[in-house]
Design a protein around this ligand. Structure first.
Ligand code: ZN
Length: 189
């Protein structure tokens, strides 16, 4: 086993003909790439490429896994998120995630800013973990915004209906795709 070097997500480790993608890696266009920040091990004997996270065992996202992140940037048809929790486990550095409008809600929506705003804390499900950023969805009733501050005054907001939040200070009402347990924390009961 060859001890290699520190690598960043999306760094190329080798090609498909040389290695099998193991923990902490993924395959893209016949190339083995790092999925996480960590130390790369290229096992030439068993044709295996692995990346171990600096903190110990590599914690990598899987399809179907519930994650929690903070919305960074909202565009018309997608948004970018920093994913800080995989299941109940905090990950550092965070994963980059993307949510497309077609995966955001069961209801028809013409623009992502009717559902989310930057700074929202969102619970989502992983639909594709083999890409950087990972692909997310929030259609389920337990998925969506779980915590959001008023865009006008920064105060705490309360859920007043399925898709509406109201500021406890200035009473501003904002539309959101909320999780059913909005305001109750990151975990699902
Ligand atoms: Zn307010």
């Amino acid at each position: 086993m060859t001890k290699d070097k520190f690598v960043f997500p999306a760094d190329k480790l080798g090609v498909e003909e040389e290695y099998l993608p193991a923990e902490g890696t993924y395959l893209e266009n016949h190339e083995i790439k790092a999925a996480i920040f960590g130390e790369a091990f290229l096992d030439r004997e068993h044709y295996k490429a692995t990346v171990f996270s600096k903190g110990g065992k590599a914690k990598i996202p899987h399809v179907g896994e519930i994650v929690v992140g903070v919305v960074q940037q909202v565009r018309k048809v997608s948004l970018a998120m920093e994913v800080h929790f995989l299941g109940e486990e905090e990950v550092f550095p965070p994963y980059s995630g993307v949510l497309h409008i077609s995966n955001a809600s069961r209801d028809f929506t013409s623009s992502m800013d009717e559902l989310y705003a930057s700074g929202d804390i969102v619970r989502a499900k992983v639909v594709d973990a083999k890409t950087v950023p990972i692909q997310l969805e929030t259609k389920g009733i337990n998925l969506g915004v779980i915590y959001s501050l008023c865009q006008k005054c920064g105060s705490i907001t309360e859920k007043i209906s399925k898709d509406k939040l109201q500021c406890t200070n200035c009473n501003l009402v904002q539309l959101r795709k909320t999780a059913i347990d909005y305001g109750k924390g990151i975990l699902i009961d």
